[in-house]
Write a protein that binds this ligand. Structure first.
Ligand SMILES: Cc1cc2nc3c(=O)[nH]c(=O)nc-3n(C[C@H](O)[C@H](O)[C@H](O)COP(=O)(O)OP(=O)(O)OC[C@H]3O[C@@H](n4cnc5c(N)ncnc54)[C@H](O)[C@@H]3O)c2cc1C
Length: 427
């Protein structure tokens, strides 16, 4: 998008068209202005419009320009942190509430998709967290134990069951989470936008919000050619934040993550690799993920940025890694490549911020944003509509705190991923 074939890659080529948007070129007046057209902002807009509010989404670039149009498409339940750690980190009330909300969040995504007939290549077959070695197995076994204690439909598969489900003997086991699945991420974002528009929301593209001014009883958001006056502002700019809420970006350490898509694989390979179409990723620190798209392309990803020397290093590694995992594939031909930045927080948990009277924001999804973004957007809508009080939100309000040594960590992740992938055919 925006003329960059490495920003949204395959997803841009195969997603249904985005609704047409125009820049904000007038002075408009709405109940709620939503800044950012990713899952958080679009879900907020959809639910606000559904609740009867007048709402305008103001997007700096295009619908799905941020993480929402670039990700792997794994619709996961929960967070990276272990379930038991949430109550420990947030206290019993918020910990339990967040677990319940995020455990059920994939269902919220799938129901929304079904209700509004959003064409986004949904596969509701679960995900497989693949264990590498004994430590990986211990890790998924513990995660399974903690989820099962809460009644979640997850189970550990042994090496043989995993080999049958994944199509490789590389893993010592896997965690099958039946709540989860996969989508075409940009198609989902564009679909949410179509639904929100259909419910009466306005969406403006190419309109970066550059200032937010207090106008007595309301806020005025300024873009280069227009303005929006609103009682409430939902800031949904997350890891792709530009001014005026730079604190959100400064709180997050950007972790680059790339994907390569093969050409559609022959029928026979499609029957042996992920034959049930779960999405998968592994327990390595520099992890790999893989899934199919609807046309039978294998989408294979890992940590790293496809820029500078990273392009050739990661592409060569990905070819070797795919062949090592699935030797039957032979020569690996990629037809698309793209990457984006994942916003990581210090404790791997998301944040709820208030930037002033009625200016609210969720951010910091740590690479788990499809389902959380959808339900957090809904929560912000309910909050602005008065259907939910601040005390009932899934996270306590917190002050944005700049990440220490952010630039150094970001450089370390980018260079470190190149070194890891240059070093060999580790997968
Ligand atoms: C490569 C990659 C792989 C990932 N894989 C997965 C996965 O498999 N599963 C999963 O659940 N999550 C995954 N994630 C995370 C997930 O994509 C994000 O958490 C999620 O998309 C965040 O949605 P959002 O709406 O909060 O933010 P975004 O989608 O980033 O949207 C923010 C929007 O705000 C706009 N914006 C910024 N500043 C302004 C401004 N001043 N004015 C107007 N607009 C502005 C941006 O242009 C952008 O469009 C991945 C992320 C990446 C990058």
């Amino acid at each position: 998008m925006m003329g960059d074939p490495r920003s949204h890659g395959l997803w841009e080529r195969t997603a249904p068209p985005a609704p047409e948007t125009r820049p904000l070129e007038a002075a408009i007046d709405v109940d709620v202005a939503v800044v950012g057209a990713g899952y958080t902002g679009l879900s907020a807009a959809l639910h606000l419009a559904q609740g009867g509010a007048s709402v305008a989404v103001i997007e700096a670039a295009e619908i799905g320009f941020g993480g929402s149009g670039r990700n792997v498409g794994l619709v996961n339940a929960g967070m990276w942190v272990m379930p038991d750690e949430l109550p420990a980190a947030l206290g019993e009330t918020y910990g339990r509430r967040l677990l319940a909300l995020l455990g059920d969040a994939p269902r919220a995504v799938f129901e929304l998709v079904e209700k509004h007939a959003i064409a986004c290549e949904v596969e509701r077959r679960g995900t497989l967290h693949c264990a590498v070695g004994r430590s990986g197995l211990a890790q998924i076994a513990e995660r399974a134990r903690q989820w099962r204690a809460r009644g979640a439909p997850v189970r550990v598969l042994d090496a043989a069951e995993t080999a049958a489900k994944v199509g490789t003997t590389a893993y010592s086991g896997s965690l099958l989470d039946e709540r989860a699945g996969t989508i075409q991420p940009l198609a989902y974002a564009r679909g949410l936008a179509h639904v929100a528009l259909g419910l009466g929301a306005q969406i403006y593209g190419s309109s970066p919000v550059v200032a937010c001014e207090d106008d007595g009883g309301a806020w005025v958001l300024r873009t280069p050619r227009g303005s929006a006056r609103a009682k409430w502002v939902v800031v949904a700019t997350n890891a792709y934040t530009s001014a005026p809420w730079g604190e959100i970006r400064r709180e997050l350490v950007g972790l680059p993550y790339f994907n390569f898509a093969t050409t559609p694989l022959p029928e026979e390979l499609r029957r042996s690799i992920l034959p049930e179409r779960q999405g998968a990723w592994d327990t390595r620190e520099v992890l790999s993920s893989f899934r199919f798209d609807k046309q039978g392309r294998l989408v294979f990803g890992s940590v790293g940025a496809l820029r500078g020397t990273g392009v050739a290093i990661h592409r060569d590694w990905a070819r070797r890694a795919v062949r090592k995992l699935f030797p039957g594939i032979g020569e690996v031909a990629f037809e698309a490549e793209w990457y984006g930045m994942i916003g990581m927080t210090t404790n791997a948990l998301p944040r709820f911020h208030r930037f002033g009277r009625n200016i609210v924001s969720f951010s910091g999804y740590n690479g788990r944003g499809i389902a959380p973004g959808t339900v957090f957007g809904r929560c912000l809508a309910e909050f602005a509509l008065g259907a939910l009080s601040e005390a009932d939100l899934p996270l306590p309000v917190s002050e944005p705190a700049p990440a220490k040594l952010r630039a150094a960590f970001e450089a370390y992740y980018e260079v470190g991923a190149q070194l890891a992938h240059f070093a060999g055919a580790r997968i």
